[in-house]
Write a protein that binds this ligand. Structure first.
Ligand code: PGA
Length: 232
């Protein structure tokens, strides 16, 4: 079970330090725990979580090792910092920053080649679900990725992100099984995961963990979700 906290554009270095100092006191043995702070907070998170089992991942990564790509960060740069992985293809990147399936695949490939662990996000919008296009969208987004032992997919229905609307455990299970029929990789669920709903979602046979946004910003609620991932 992997529980990853996607902090989005929250927590600068000072707040990150406070969070990581509190987090490293907790015992999460039995669960893989990862935090994904903004770029400027990665160094302090790596420093404070060194010697723990908690991993630190970035929220995006570029496909070239270096070059004229203003505003981007490369996989070797993240490696140099001691960062362990990166998210690619988050729906907010796709929606607001024009990420295409091909760019997401390139980012994933470069990160894996550089030795990073990758969480590749996929998921349909509400309109796509209502139009019965969920499987077509998932197939399109997943089929550009190549299986790799360091790749996991996160199924995040866009209509469930930050909305409080969670996919039912059955609906998540159905989508996860479909993703796995296209690509052999573990699949995390993301979209309004909270301490109250985590256990039921994580109990589904094809739900291999969670990518948590809002509820990962508070140590107590993030720790409670990690606890819910422990075998009962
Ligand atoms: P949420 O975000 O948990 O706040 O819905 C999930 C995500 O965007 O990864």
């Amino acid at each position: 079970m992997l529980i990853a906290g996607n902090w989005k554009m929250y927590k600068g270095p000072a707040e990150t330090a406070a969070f990581c100092t509190a987090l490293r006191e907790r015992d999460f043995s039995g669960v893989d725990v990862v935090v994904c702070p903004p770029f400027v907070s990665l160094a302090i998170a790596v420093q404070l979580l060194a010697g723990t089992e908690i991993g630190v991942a970035a929220q995006n990564v570029h496909w070239e090792p270096e070059g004229a790509f203003t505003g981007e960060i490369s996989a070797p740069m993240l490696r140099e910092l001691g960062v362990y992985g990166a998210i690619v293809g988050h729906s907010e990147r796709r929606q607001h920053f024009g990420e295409t399936d091909e760019a997401v695949a390139q980012r994933a490939r470069a990160a894996l080649d550089a030795g990073l662990f990758v969480i590749a996000c996929v998921g349909e919008t509400e309109n796509e679900r209502e139009a019965g296009e969920t499987e077509d969208v998932l197939r399109r987004q997943v089929s550009v990725l190549e299986a790799d032992e360091n790749l996991v997919v996160a199924y995040e229905p866009v209509w469930a992100i930050g909305t409080g609307k969670t996919a039912t455990p059955e609906l998540a299970q159905e989508a996860h099984a479909f993703v796995k029929s296209v690509l052999g990789a573990p699949v995390l669920y993301g979209g309004s995961v909270k301490p109250e709903n985590a256990r039921d979602l994580l109990a589904q046979p094809d739900v291999d963990g969670a990518l948590v946004g809002g509820a990962s910003l508070d140590v107590e609620s993030f720790a409670a979700i990690c606890q819910a991932a422990l075998p009962s």
